[in-house]
Design a protein. Structure first.
Length: 202
């Protein structure tokens, strides 16, 4: 059923040296969004729409798709992985972000509470996500990801399917027992951004 207030949704897709990465995972998420939000409308076919566009053959880019049931917009931006040296714990027990939408005001609000490069959002004592990614934690030769995520990202789903990470409950009080923290999303694969003890005081 279509909501009375129209919300637009986003896919961020990795393009590297002319290759589009993991498009099937993005397609599945678009299909889930249409099924839930726009069930009476035809689903976007990402492969078909991207074939209409001249893609840069060299370099790392983010393909940003913004869409609803009536229209879509595709933009392509050069992408550089951000440097994260410090992280701060921020609490919010009311946050909810089950779909990747343009309504990201809560993340801006939470980020503005912090002086760190990035935040880890704690909801009801449990670790969720950063302001822009899922989280992974390393201990004893294994990466773990919280099962209390806000958004079940495409990279997270893929890494679980490939058995490169495991999911488990992770409380705020558990964080200190891990050796490293990493961030993952469609643009950042496992191991590309990882940190040891990056925390600053609340």
């Amino acid at each position: 059923m279509l909501n009375s207030v129209i919300v637009r949704f986003i896919e961020s897709i990795k393009l590297k040296n002319g290759k589009i990465y993991h498009l099937s995972y993005h397609q599945k998420r678009v299909e889930k969004t249409f099924l839930t939000m726009f069930s009476n409308f035809n689903v976007l076919n990402l492969e078909h729409e991207l074939q209409k566009i001249a893609l840069p053959p060299i370099g790392l880019y983010k393909i940003r798709l913004e869409y609803d049931h009536t229209s879509y917009k595709i933009e392509i931006f050069p992408y550089q992985i951000k440097t994260i040296r410090t992280i701060q714990i921020i609490h919010c027990d009311t946050i909810s972000y089950p779909f990747k939408s343009t309504n990201r005001a809560i993340f801006s609000e939470l980020k503005n509470r912090s002086f760190a490069d990035e935040i880890i959002i704690i909801k009801n004592g449990l670790v969720t996500d950063t302001s822009f990614s899922n989280l992974v934690f390393y201990k004893e030769n294994q990466w773990f990801t919280p099962n209390s995520f806000l958004l079940n990202g495409t990279c997270r789903k893929r890494l679980l399917f490939e058995r490169k990470i495991q999911q488990k409950p992770i409380k705020q009080t558990d964080i200190k027992y891990f050796e490293k923290i990493g961030i993952i999303n469609a643009m950042i694969d496992l191991g590309e951004v990882q940190m040891v003890n990056p925390f600053i005081s609340n």
